[in-house]
Design a protein around this ligand. Structure first.
Ligand code: ADP
Length: 506
């Protein structure tokens, strides 16, 4: 029930604002204690005042009671009782009833009213619980808040009778039944309440002002934050934002700036990639144009020249095709991991097949390719991507090799990963290039690489494919001696873990 109400309240847009919450909290925290204090203090004041009044009146009644006894007020013999003393006592009783706006009745042991300051009940018999209780147990009082009076019973105790009776406490010979008004107390309380309400209203105005000011001031850094983010979004500002007012805004700003830096880096790399792609695609086009133009410029060119130039044009078109194919492979690789077509593969068979396809190229360069399989390996992987990885590495090892060189392909596995190592006796990779060979379009020796037919995309594609399998690729290389690429891929594919990627030099 309570949760439902809270849910309903939460839906109100007003309460969703931090500003509104601060305002309400300050208002409640400021006002509730003062209201509670007012009620608490007034209640306590009333209780204390009634108690004090009862104590004062009872004291005076006790004195009168003693007077009554010493003047033999209850004595039946008229001689013992002088009319002057009766007048004095009556005057005292009148004075009390006037002073406290009340009524005093004196009741004797046979429950008969012998004196009533109102004069209406004299001679009547009163049988009330309070009076009887008073005869037995002493004084008592009771505050009737609703009707606005205090009623008390005060025993008149004859202590001289105690000596005769042998009792210690004396004998109750009569009871004074008094009721007094609480108007004076109520009046004071009303005045106090009035003053308190006045003060409360002043406080309310002050707290309202504080709540409004604080809710505006405390929220200001968040407004600044929104404004700064909006400026970045709208493109007015390119710089990092800064709102150092609160620890919270600093955290938000830090996270936002990091996001911004990442987006900028991504944007820069995208621009660089687009520039590289255009450049790479334009180069074969430019060659084709030069070749075609020079043919056109010679109307009488012999057929052999035409043939030679056409062959060059075809090779440039082949190159353009290779770049486009590699680019498409790379774009596919950048897509989501879920697009991997995972199946259980016999990696030994796959390696044999790839090497069979590549051997003719190796033969052309007189490079010997050997395959060493330590054990049969069956792994969960995407066949097309695994083929790309292996083909690229072996192709590079052949391409960047010396005449009469060798390429060694090793396949091994432990209980978790299988490793595919391609070592060659080639030209090697300089140390400063080791960390860059996976970049798109990066080639160590541009002209030589172009001659060989490289696009600079092969290792970028390889690395993406390895990472998609949650694997790692490492390279060790010594210039003029050879390189060794090691790929480590989990035998069982899981979308969560990664072996990491590192480059090193041996
Ligand atoms: P490419 O299509 O030019 O071969 P890659 O991305 O496959 O592009 O390789 C990037 C560069 O790294 C190559 O241009 C080459 O200079 C160097 N490289 C790659 N593999 C080898 C290797 N086995 N031995 C020596 N250099 C290599």
């Amino acid at each position: 029930m309570f949760a439902k109400i809270l849910d309903g309240l939460k839906k109100l847009l007003f309460l969703r604002s931090l500003q509104a919450r601060i305002f309400v909290i300050i208002l409640v925290v400021g006002l509730v204690p003062s209201i509670l204090m007012r009620y608490g203090i007034l209640e306590k004041y009333e209780e204390r005042s009634v108690e004090q009044r009862v104590a004062t009146v009872q004291n005076q009644l006790m004195i009168i009671g003693n007077h009554l006894l010493s003047n033999n007020y209850f004595s039946s013999q008229a001689a013992e009782y002088s009319s002057t003393s009766r007048d004095v006592i009556n005057a005292e009783l009148e004075m009390i009833s006037n002073l406290y706006e009340g009524r005093v009745m004196i009741i004797n042991a046979s429950l008969k009213v012998v004196k009533d300051t109102y004069g209406i009940s004299e001679g009547k018999t009163i049988i009330s619980e309070e009076v009887i209780m008073c005869f037995q147990g002493g004084s008592a009082w009771h505050y009737d808040k609703q009707h606005g009076y205090i009623e008390m019973t005060t025993p008149i105790i004859d202590t001289s009778a105690a000596a005769q009776d042998g009792k210690t406490n004396g004998r109750t010979v009569g009871v004074m039944l008094t009721s007094i008004s609480n108007e004076a107390i109520v009046g004071t309380i009303e005045t106090l309440n009035h003053n308190a309400v006045l003060l409360e209203n002043l406080m309310l105005i002050a707290i309202l002002a504080v709540a409004i000011i604080l809710s505006i001031v405390l929220i200001r850094p968040f407004n600044r934050l929104t404004k700064a983010i909006n400026e970045v979004k709208a493109g007015y500002s390119d710089a990092s934002i800064s709102v150092p007012d609160y620890a919270e805004t600093i955290h938000i700003v830090d996270a936002f700036n990091q996001l911004l830096a990442r987006m900028r880096a991504l944007d820069e790399s995208r621009q660089e990639f687009v520039a590289n792609v255009s450049h790479e695609l334009k180069t074969p086009m430019a060659s084709i144009k030069v070749l075609a133009d020079s043919l056109l410029a010679q109307p009488e060119a012999p057929a052999e020249l035409y043939r030679e130039f056409m062959e060059d044009i075809v090779s440039e078109i082949d190159r353009e095709n290779r770049i486009i194919t590699d680019l498409l492979a790379l774009v596919k690789m950048d897509k989501k991991v879920q697009e991997l077509n995972i199946a259980s593969l016999n990696v030994n068979d796959l390696t044999e097949l790839i090497l069979k396809r590549l051997r003719p190229i190796a033969r052309k360069k007189d490079v010997e390719v050997v395959f060493e399989s330590m054990r049969p390996v069956v792994a969960e992987a995407d066949e097309v991507k695994l083929t790309l990885i292996m083909t690229n590495l072996v192709e590079n090892a052949i391409k960047y090799n010396k005449e009469h060189g060798w390429v060694r392909v090793e396949l091994d596995a432990d209980h978790q990963y299988f490793t595919f190592t391609v070592s060659d006796s080639g030209q090697g990779i300089p140390e400063e290039s080791l960390s860059r060979i996976y970049e798109r379009f990066y080639r160590i020796d541009k002209s030589h690489s172009k001659e060989i037919g490289g696009t600079g995309l092969g290792l970028a594609i390889t690395k993406s494919a390895v990472l998609a399998h949650r694997g790692s690729i490492t390279v060790t290389s010594v210039v003029d001696e050879g390189s060794s690429f090691e790929v480590k891929i989990p035998l069982i594919y899981s979308a969560g873990s990664s072996a990491g990627t590192q480059e090193s030099r041996g």
